[in-house]
Design a protein around this ligand. Structure first.
Ligand code: SOE
Length: 392
């Protein structure tokens, strides 16, 4: 087993999930690499020192360029706010480092295209932390759809509901609240929450071709933590859209931070000619399955408890009946990335796959702005056109 030295950028919520994943992964998965938490970069020196001490990082640096330039670092992991992703990823790739990046890939597709171009030109393994793919129940849904159990797909519906920004007194900007500052985040719930729904949806059901969206900003101005002034709010607080998939199925998507009572209610349902599947993040270890081919007298929704050794990822954990949680999805992604990287490959979703999600979120915002249907280009076609951002 070879050491793989990690340079972590960021120490917030995602810095913790990623650090935990790299720290835990070898305890549960047999892998060719042993990740070493080598150095962490963050702007607040005191907090960075405390973070490094807690997680066992050997070094703290104040500028991410020190990580990129360091011959001791093999992988740059980007867990910092969205406005930093492109510059760091491009520099890291140019320096020949492997790169993993928190979602969304870019603040918009133009940034994401430049990031794809950089990692592909450098030929470095890459991946984006769309962690919900690796909830075992969601991975099982993927296997069941790929086996053809659902038959032709008619409908996909997803929502991601939160309620943490309802107060008009909540400021925007700065640590913890950069998600409300459009210049840092790029967008509101479209890039933050719908991006998860779109990534999962396209993984399960193929490409989204076109969208018709509406967005709203309910609180129009908020105090900015960095300037101290009341400033306009540029993010979308709520976003909903209709979509058509390339396979002919129809979809509805909704995300908001104004659904009182919901903290992180991510659900999706998919309806096929033979069967349907439903999943709920608040009950993440269960997959609901209805199969019309069951005998009539016992036909009904089954609630499959995903804890058996033959369920995806579960043989690496405890004994049947005992479940796992949110943090494990990041450990699974670290395991898949390290296994792929040892063979010089990227782990899904690669930067290019995540670019496809940015095409859809851009299309959602454009559709809402123009009150019109907008087509999402294909990341593969864009490559053929030399990275064009043109709608096809
Ligand atoms: C926002 O509140 C957030 O933390 C997202 O940024 C994450 O990606 C999502 O998984 C949970 O909610």
């Amino acid at each position: 087993m070879r050491n793989l030295n990690i340079g972590m950028v960021g120490y917030g919520f995602m810095g913790r999930t990623h650090s935990n994943a790299f720290a835990q992964v070898n305890h549960f998965f047999d892998l060719p690499f042993r990740p070493v938490l080598k150095a962490v970069c963050a702007r607040n020196a005191a907090r960075a020192e405390a973070f490094a001490a807690r997680w066992g990082y050997g070094t703290v640096v104040a500028d991410w360029r020190q990580l990129v330039e360091s011959p001791d670092i093999d992988l740059i992991d980007i867990a910092s706010p969205n406005d930093t992703h492109a510059e760091i990823a491009i520099a890291a790739a140019k320096a020949g480092k492997m790169v993993t990046c928190e979602k969304p890939l870019g603040r918009n597709a133009a940034e994401a295209e430049a990031m794809v171009q950089a990692v592909e030109a450098a030929g470095v393994p890459n991946s984006v932390w769309y962690n919900y793919r690796r909830v075992p129940a969601v991975t099982l849904a993927k296997h069941m759809i790929d086996e053809g159990r659902l038959g032709r797909i008619f409908h996909y519906r997803a929502k991601f509901l939160q309620d943490w920004t309802i107060s008009a007194d909540l400021p925007q900007g700065g640590e913890g609240l950069w998600r409300l500052d459009v210049s840092v985040a790029g967008s509101g719930v479209t890039g933050d929450l719908l991006a998860h729904c779109i990534d999962t949806a396209m993984w399960l059901n193929g490409k989204i071709d076109e969208v018709s969206a509406m967005t709203e900003t309910f609180i129009k101005s908020r105090k900015h933590n960095l300037t101290g002034k009341v400033e306009p709010v540029g993010i979308d607080d709520a976003s909903a859209f209709l979509a058509r998939f390339a396979n002919g199925s129809l979809a509805t998507f909704e995300a908001t931070r104004y659904a009182r009572g919901h903290k992180a209610l991510y659900t999706f349902e998919i309806n096929g000619e033979h069967a349907s599947l439903f999943w709920d993040l608040h009950d993440l270890h269960r997959l609901q399955y209805f199969d019309h081919r069951d005998p009539g007298i016992t036909r009904g929704w089954r609630s499959i408890h995903i804890s058996d050794g033959d369920h995806p990822y579960m043989k690496h954990w405890w004994v049947p009946g005992l479940q796992i949680g949110y943090e494990h999805t990041f450990i699974h992604q670290a395991a898949d990335f390290l296994a792929a990287a040892a063979e010089g490959r990227s782990a899904s979703p690669s930067f290019r796959e995540a670019l496809q999600t940015d095409y859809v979120t851009d299309a959602v915002l454009e559709s809402a702005a123009h009150r019109a249907w907008v087509r999402a280009p294909s990341a593969d076609a864009a490559q053929a056109k030399g990275g064009s951002n043109a709608r096809d």
